[in-house]
Design a protein around this ligand. Structure first.
Ligand SMILES: [Zn+2]
Length: 349
């Protein structure tokens, strides 16, 4: 690798991805292909016109466009194609392990059977591992603006397939939808052996209280985003004591807080919080995948090679995998770091 550029360093780094919404990886080309397969009319003439329509100013306007996209997913093979295309893409960026969110309520509400969705997603994972060597698991998210009863219904549907789902999450529109609304489901989820995470989106109403509930009342192991924790010393202390991980998404944060030079990632790193770097919804974010997100924090927040190794180690530690696989992933990373340091690409300090 020599004294290669930061771009080469990032490209070669073996990486994990822990915060990506599968429905948010649906690129316009695949959307058109699935629409044709399922005879769904799209209100766009072509891929360029569709991409040009991806304009948002806040979370609800983003979600409106995002949900429209999922309407092309109908059959098992559609879900298979969705996950396979994503894993193929990120395997090409040296992602060796991915945990991927899916939102069943987006689909069961349209009459798609849970079995069709989970079997398609699972087949895509297995085929991608066979073809590209990339390992992956699924995290099932509840759509938080819908009722707790709706979430419980989908939770019950998932139980026969729980061996195919590693964890539970919570996403979508946070306003007036606090973690405690779903306390009972997450309590049952823990009993059933699911690992727990939850979105606490950036700059939401009552965000500090939502973060506190996620940590103290729900007992999450990770927080997706969690930026506003940085405003409160007592929350920072709580996260430190409990060893919480944070899945930070640089490109998404740039949309939420433009011009702040990635203050969220920088702030977490400087306070010793265990952050990881992730994608969120790349198909709706100018096609920025993990390498581009890492480059963004390098350019805007001064993340150097040692810092990128640290966040990658954090991601392997945060992953919900067995210890054999964790050792294997750390082994790959350590070998890479050693080679890079031998070549002068990373300081040995
Ligand atoms: Zn997200």
């Amino acid at each position: 690798m020599g004294n290669g550029s930061i771009v080469e360093f990032i490209a070669g780094l073996p990486k994990a991805e822990l915060h990506v919404h599968l429905e948010g990886t649906l690129e316009a080309e695949l959307k058109f292909r699935l629409a044709a397969r399922n005879a769904v009319d799209l209100p766009y003439a072509d891929v360029d016109a569709m991409r040009a329509s991806y304009v948002y100013h806040d979370l609800p306007s983003f979600l409106a466009i995002f949900y429209e996209g999922s309407f092309v997913l109908h059959r098992e093979e559609d879900f298979r194609d969705l996950v396979y295309a994503y894993l193929e893409k990120v395997a090409g960026q040296n992602v060796v392990y991915a945990e991927m969110f899916f939102d069943p309520q987006q689909h069961t509400d349209r009459g798609i059977p849970f079995s069709v969705m989970i079997e398609g997603l699972t087949r895509g994972r297995i085929e991608a591992e066979r073809d590209f060597g990339i390992r992956s698991q699924l995290i099932m998210c509840f759509v938080r603006e819908r009722s707790a009863e709706s979430a419980m219904a989908v939770f019950e549907m998932a139980l026969p397939y729980k061996h195919l789902i590693v964890g539970l999450g919570l996403d979508s529109d946070e306003k007036d939808n606090p973690p405690e609304k779903f306390a009972e489901i997450f309590r049952r989820g823990r009993e059933e052996g699911f690992r727990l995470t939850m979105h606490c989106d950036v700059d939401q109403k009552n965000t500090h209280e939502h973060i506190r509930q996620a940590i103290e009342e729900i007992g999450v192991e990770r927080i997706d985003h969690g930026a506003n924790l940085l405003d409160r010393p007592e929350l920072i202390a709580m996260a430190g004591e409990r060893g919480l991980f944070f899945t930070v998404c640089p490109y998404a944060n740039e949309m939420m807080r433009p011009g702040e030079r990635q203050s969220i990632a920088r702030g977490m790193l400087d306070r010793g919080l265990r952050l990881t770097l992730n994608l969120d919804d790349p198909a709706y974010m100018e096609g920025k995948y993990i390498n581009e997100n890492m480059l963004m924090v390098h350019e805007l927040a001064g993340f150097e090679r040692e810092d990128l190794l640290t966040v990658t180690r954090n991601a392997f530690d945060a992953a919900w995998i067995d210890e054999d696989l964790r050792r294997e992933l750390h082994g790959k990373l350590d070998a890479y770091a050693l080679a890079a340091s031998g070549s002068g690409a990373v300081s040995s300090a």
